[in-house]
Write a protein that binds this ligand. Structure first.
Ligand code: SIN
Length: 540
């Protein structure tokens, strides 16, 4: 099947198409999986809400953390140890070892697909980021790694004539007898339709748009988690929303903010308070290169103590800033800042969802026929705080694995035969709150530094702004997903009465051993509301 076959002529309400696998999302995990599944002979359709490259992948700057075996003193074991240390006692050690071990092969296959990293082909340049004990992060275009990966994957998808439906939003996973039979969607003219398929892979990214200020694009509205929860899968670790320590501060603003990659600190830049004092030195042995949660929390404390709006990243001692960090340099210059001559004003902003849809190490959820890979999924790699540049790595590795798993299931005849029912939109209206209210409530109460009273007030504010509505367009679908995610994150954050990783509770400021190794799982109860339960060993 190619794109033209799916688009067809004369679509009306209830249009349909058939595939073996529908992939929702066209970032690193989605396109990797789609290309591999298509290469294995499956009929694959990829849907994406916006343009093909408008997801989170293209905005990733720093790089891909991977041990290629040529950096003295570095090893896969060291990468595993750094990941576990950053994850605050909540990683699944087996997942960490397995995913990191597959990194070098996945990066080699990405390069074979056309992605070009900086430095000589046989020995790419390496940088360092927070929490890494070695220079092991490969990068492209200086600080445009995600853009290069997306370019290469989109080019490969175009060469293969992969069926890519842009401007399509997923509304509901369709089930029969508890197994996937397809996906209800709205097309770019808001017409409902069905993609009939026995396998659906969610690769929709995270939910940074829950917050007013985020590094994520407008597409990051938690759709995949909402789809999975409604289909009967579970999610876990949702309270661990990672805030990137350094986004460019240009005054109060809502929406996607320009990232200032951690690699700037990896190459020697340091954080200063408004009096010009370094404040990371006594906070962690790695100082400015501490794991991300530690740096973001220290910046937040500095801002609260001083009443300042931002801190500063001093990169003036770095050689060749514009060449090494062209994306950051351009963003600074556009804001009237010259990072070669003056410190860059920065603040933390919502960046990454460490939790997500619970999957096994093949990307399978608990729902037959439903897979998830990339940021939308919770494999156990990240625990309470993701190590920098492990996200593109996970997207590559888990995209490949999900494809292998789907292909095996199709070939072995394990998947449900599709039933060609018509229509597609859920008849039941969903709870939908006003997006601006959700973002304000989450930013005020569920950022870095939460307490019981604030979380309860945010829940009340979301509740008060919620009504029932049928999803008739992309915004309606996204707002319903954001509403569900807000309820789930607030419930999980209220339940975890300790501070760990990127979950910082001001009323429970210490890590509590009672919570050691304890994940919180979220499912929907009979009324469709998120219910939180403790689950020491979360498994799909
Ligand atoms: C960064 O470049 O600082 C972000 C990379 C990441 O999120 O891992």
């Amino acid at each position: 099947m190619d794109g033209r076959a799916v688009r067809g002529e004369g679509r009306g309400p209830g249009w349909g198409a058939e595939a073996d696998l529908v992939v929702v999302g066209s970032g690193v995990a989605g396109l990797t999986a789609a290309l591999d599944a298509a290469a294995a002979g499956l009929r694959v359709v990829v849907i994406t809400k916006d343009a093909v490259d408008d997801g989170s992948t293209r905005w990733a700057q720093g790089g891909v953390a991977v041990v290629l075996g040529d950096v003295p003193g570095d090893s896969v074991d060291a990468h595993v140890a750094d990941t576990l240390a950053a994850g605050g006692g909540l990683c699944d050690a087996a997942a960490v070892a397995s995913i990191i071990a597959d990194g070098p092969g996945a990066v080699a296959r990405l390069r074979a697909r056309g992605a070009r990293f900086d430095g000589p082909a046989g020995r790419p340049d390496r940088t360092r980021e927070g929490g890494h004990s070695a220079f092991r992060v490969v990068h492209a275009g200086g600080d445009a790694t995600g853009a290069e990966i997306e370019r290469a994957l989109v080019a490969a998808a175009t060469d293969r004539r992969l069926a890519l439906l842009t401007g399509h939003v997923a509304v509901d996973v369709l089930l029969a007898g508890g197994a996937v039979t397809g996906l209800a969607v709205l097309d770019d003219l808001c017409r409902p339709g069905v993609l009939h398929a026995p396998a659906v892979l969610l690769a929709t990214g995270g939910y940074g748009q829950l917050y007013s200020s985020t590094t994520n694009p407008g597409t990051a509205t938690g759709d995949g988690i909402a789809l999975a929860l409604r289909a009967g899968a579970s999610a876990a670790d949702l309270e661990f929303v990672q805030f990137h320590p350094t986004v460019l501060y240009t005054g109060p603003a809502v929406g996607r903010r320009p990232l200032v990659t951690e690699a700037v600190r990896g190459e020697g830049a340091v954080l200063l308070d408004r009096a010009g004092r370094r404040f990371m030195a006594g906070v962690h042995p790695l100082a400015d290169l501490a794991p991300r949660d530690v740096v973001a929390a220290a910046i937040t404390r500095t801002l609260v103590a001083s009443g300042a709006d931002c801190v500063y990243l001093d990169a003036r001692a770095l050689d060749g800033f514009a060449r090494r960090f062209p994306t950051v340099h351009a963003a600074c210059r556009a804001a009237g800042i010259d990072p070669v001559r003056e410190p860059i004003p920065v603040t933390p902003a919502a960046h990454y969802s460490c939790g997500g849809v619970v999957t096994d190490l093949a990307g399978r959820t608990a729902v037959p026929g439903l897979w998830a890979a990339g940021e939308v999924a919770r494999t156990g790699l990240h625990g309470a705080n993701r190590l920098a540049s492990n996200s593109l790595l996970e997207g590559l590795v888990m995209g490949e694995r999900a494809a292998r798993s789907v292909v095996a299931s199709v070939q072995e005849g394990h998947l449900h035969a599709t039933s060609l029912h018509e229509g597609g939109l859920a008849a039941t209206p969903w709870p939908v709150a006003t997006r601006a209210v959700v973002q304000r409530a989450m930013s005020a109460a569920a950022g870095i530094g939460r307490d019981a009273a604030g979380l309860a007030a945010a829940s009340d504010a979301v509740e008060a702004a919620t009504g029932l509505a049928e999803p008739r367009d992309r915004a309606g679908v996204e707002d319903a997903a954001l509403t569900l995610l807000a309820q789930a994150v607030l419930a999980a954050a209220g339940t975890r009465t300790e501070s760990r990783g990127c979950h910082v509770r001001t009323d429970h400021p210490e890590r509590d051993d009672l919570w050691q190794g304890e994940s919180l799982e979220v499912v929907l109860d009979a009324t469709g509301r998120p219910a939180v339960r403790a689950a020491a060993a979360v498994a799909a």
